[in-house]
Design a protein around this ligand. Structure first.
Ligand code: 5GP
Ligand code: MG
Length: 173
């Protein structure tokens, strides 16, 4: 396995990202951080500890099922753990922006629930993979089109615990 982003570099980037988020929420509206499990685990935990205004923290789960040539993929959103978000400003956090389908769907879902606003932060953004137009508000790192693991990201539910972002051998695309 190759290390793509070492732990130290993640820490430094999160410091800057938290400062950027602080400036974006100047005036301190009621903010709820909503993480998309399971991949957001480390990103949420490390980022909220750097945010210096009061936030609530909540989670949703999204499971996607790969489609076949004849039937498209399906995304199930489980939001049973979400508190009432009416009037709250949501900072939605995910591990990685790939095609953009997951985040597009979840943003629409949150707006349906009556949130005051949604901003989106992703730790990683893959270049050349987006299928739907979607602009995240905060991006940790832009990475090449390789399958990455670690720091919350899995392969067959393994490797999430690694403190760095790595690329598996032969993990192209
Ligand atoms: P999207 O809907 O943007 O295509 O999918 C985003 C989701 O796909 C991420 O939240 C993540 O779960 C998964 N994903 C996309 N690329 C990678 C990758 O390189 N590594 C891992 N482990 N998961 C990925
Ligand atoms: Mg995910």
């Amino acid at each position: 396995m190759d290390v793509l982003i070492p732990a130290e570099q993640i820490r430094e980037r999160l410091d800057a990202l938290a400062a950027e988020i602080g400036r974006a929420y100047e005036g301190k509206p009621p903010v709820t951080v909503v993480g998309i499990l399971n991949g957001c685990l480390m990103f949420v935990a490390d980022l909220v500890r750097r945010i210096d205004f009061p936030v609530r923290v909540a989670f949703v789960t999204a499971s996607s099922y790969r489609g076949t040539a004849t039937s498209p993929g399906r995304l199930e959103i489980h939001d049973g753990l979400l508190p009432d978000l009416t009037g709250r400003h949501v900072l939605l956090l995910d591990d990685i922006l790939d095609t953009g389908k997951t985040l597009t769907r979840i943003v629409a879902h949150l707006l349906d629930r009556g949130v005051a606003s949604v901003k989106v932060g992703v730790l990683l953004r893959k270049v050349g993979r987006q299928e739907v137009p979607f602009e995240p508000d905060f991006v940790g790192f832009t990475i090449p089109d390789k399958f990455v693991i670690g720091y919350g990201l899995d392969f067959n539910d393994e490797y999430r615990h690694l403190p760095y972002i790595g690329v598996l051998e032969g993990g192209e695309g």
